[in-house]
Design a protein around this ligand. Sequence first.
Ligand code: HEC
Length: 163
Amino acid sequence: MRTKFIILAASLLVLIGAIWVTVSSNDQGAPITIVNTSVPPAPPLDTTLVREGETLYQQSCARCHGANLEGEANWRVTKEDGSLPSPPHDSSGHTWHHPDSLLLEIIANGGDPQFNSTMPGFADSLTEDEMIAILEFLKSSWKAEDREYQWWISAVEQGNTIP
Ligand code: HEC
């Protein structure tokens, strides 16, 4: 009887411990608030989409932006023809400063010809779903706080704020 009770109490403790660990490691739950504007929490990335995006990235983007998203050397320095080198897409670049809508627009239509941009548009060679998959892959390389910021600015841009 006593042993049974001890075993029961012990399993209960293990169960409570497991639930506690699950809840405290789930930091997706809280809204993201920046400059007094809150948006819903960022959902986890879709791993299937990330993998699909990585393949597409290596096929279409890596030759300029680097196989490891590192960009060109000295990417901040304007070239002689006035064009900019390809920037990195990981947290060291500024891709994560921009909302989804702008990033998808740049991927589809390319860079601004006014600045002699050499960034090609992919509207004819990639579907919107493929561009979204590539974006998901880029997001998977960002530091947690950069991913949160970019989620926030995308949500704000879409008017998806919590009153
Ligand atoms: C021929 C080289 C080249 C290829 C290929 C290329 N890019 Fe670019 N990309 C650039 C350059 C150069 C820039 C710098 C900004 C500019 O000139 O518009 C850029 C800028 C960007 C930006 C804006 C980044 C920012 O922080 O403002 C995004 C997003 C981007 N590229 C995504 C992609 C994706 C996704 C692919 C593949 C589907 C791709 N690029 C393929 C050269 C390239």
